[in-house]
Design a protein around this ligand. Structure first.
Ligand code: DLL
Length: 432
């Protein structure tokens, strides 16, 4: 039984004691091992001795994605390289990825948290779990894989792509659970329908996350596939999938708050907001060794409740996400910042810095068009020239973002200039 009742059903006082003990230990460890935190705490006049309980967390400085970027690649690692057994990475705000490292203990905690989440989704050791998140530097594939294995389930490591093979194997192997992004699962449901396989599947659970999805998509997945669909949340900076997930009551995502301490703040004033109010989720990793983070600003907007759930778990619960406080987009499961496009286009001398990203969803798959203004010096309507430049920009964008985009060249001065803050994105998907 992986559902660790002891940890997930602790009464408030016991939970607070555990979180306090862990925070005190974490702060000492981080102060001794990470230069940036030592400097920040010294500047703020806070010493490890000032942190005596979880309530003192408010004395500690925030951490942002920029801190990871500025210390690229390993500057925030607290454990020696010889203790790091794995690296993952995700998109940074400009050219550089944010890199995270795990000790063996971190991998064990991660697997335990994902196993808890899968248990919330009704998965047991008797299940056959198809993992269709991407494997590699992205945390989705390996994170879900290790969690399902920890549970003792039979894991089918499909990764993404090749939907026909995936659906055929789903039927042949009798997969009972699937872990993938919600938009990809909707796409798979259409492939199953088109192949005449819908009534041959044995799926009962879906563990979906890595991107925002609506209540409507949730119902659509459940009714098309006859599954119980669960919302799993996580981010690579903190660990990967498994930070939180919803149980069968679907009344918010249970936070693994014995390992990850959640706070909700007003992103403008940086002060805490009350339970039930929407704000930015901030997470402190209470037990991580490789790259522990204090008060990491996720930029994800949600609200929190500390009331016990009907399922018996006492963990804090967060609501389905309401958006982000920055401009990060998630397109086909990949995190994309407009600043990455900007940084990539700077290296293309034929274009101006004016561009517009148009994101849409056709069927269940995201599309991205980038309109780029060509410099007057290079502008011509000669077809071969246009084709050549379009191809060149496509290549630059593909390697900067890790996803393909349709490039549309625009004549000089055709993209609308904004008077205030430049608008670079039109997102027609309505995901929140
Ligand atoms: O997306 C980790 C993950 C993999 C989570 C598989 C769930 C399943 P990153 O690539 O670092 O990590 O992206 C993290 O994705 O800050 C959110 O904005 C968004 N996100 C993740 N899960 C959800 C969710 C993985 N359930 C960023 N709902 C986060 C809404 C989500 N947004």
């Amino acid at each position: 039984m992986i559902w660790n009742k002891e940890m997930e059903c602790l009464e408030a006082q016991e939970k607070k004691q555990l979180q306090s003990d862990r925070l005190v230990k974490l702060v000492r460890y981080i102060y001794d091992n990470v230069e940036l935190y030592r400097k920040r705490m010294d500047e703020a006049g806070v010493s490890p001795e000032d942190i005596k309980s979880i309530d003192d967390i408010v004395k500690l400085p925030y951490t942002t994605k920029d801190d990871l970027r500025d210390t690229y690649p390993f500057g925030l690692f607290a454990a020696p390289h010889s203790d790091i057994v794995r690296i993952h990475a995700s998109s940074g705000t400009t050219g550089k990825a944010t890199v995270v490292g795990y000790t063996q203990n971190d991998i064990d905690v991660w697997s335990e948290c994902v196993a808890r989440c899968m248990t919330m989704a009704g998965v047991t050791k008797d299940d056959i779990v198809q993992v269709a998140y991407g494997y590699g530097l992205f945390t989705g594939g390996l994170g879900a894989h290790y969690g399902a294995e920890k549970l003792g389930a039979m894991v089918v490591p499909m990764s993404t792509g090749n939907s026909k093979k995936l659906t055929t194997m789903m039927v042949d192997f009798g997969a009972t659970a699937i872990a993938c992004t919600p938009s990809y699962l909707l796409h798979l449901s259409e492939v199953l329908r088109d192949e005449g396989l819908l009534d041959k599947i044995k799926l009962k659970s879906a563990i979906c996350g890595a991107e925002p999805w609506t209540e409507k998509m949730h119902h659509e997945i459940e009714s098309r596939l006859g599954v119980s669909a669960h919302d799993i949340y996580g981010l690579s900076e903190i660990m990967g999938p498994g930070v939180a997930c919803d149980c069968k009551y679907h009344t918010g995502l249970h936070f693994c708050d014995d390992h990850f301490y959640p706070e909700i703040i007003d992103p403008k004033t940086l002060t805490p907001v009350a339970d039930g109010e929407v704000g930015e989720l901030v997470i402190t990793t209470l037990t991580k060794e490789g790259i522990p983070l204090i008060r990491y600003r996720t930029k994800d907007l949600t609200s929190i409740t500390h009331q016990r759930c009907e399922c018996g778990r006492t963990s804090a619960r967060i609501s389905r996400f309401k958006g982000r406080s920055d401009d990060m987009l998630i397109i086909r499961g990949v995190n994309v910042f407009p600043s990455q496009v900007e940084a990539a286009l700077i290296n293309v001398e034929e274009v101006t810095p004016h561009y517009m990203m148009i994101v849409d969803r056709v069927g269940n798959l995201d599309t991205l068009e980038i309109q780029v203004e060509v410099d007057a010096k290079y502008y011509s309507d000669e077809i071969r020239g246009i084709e050549k430049l379009t191809k060149k920009i496509s290549g630059v964008i593909q390697s900067a973002l890790g996803i393909s985009a349709k490039i549309k060249l625009m004549g000089p001065n055709t993209l609308k200039r904004s008077e205030g803050k430049a608008v670079h994105v039109i997102d027609n998907r309505k995901l929140y």
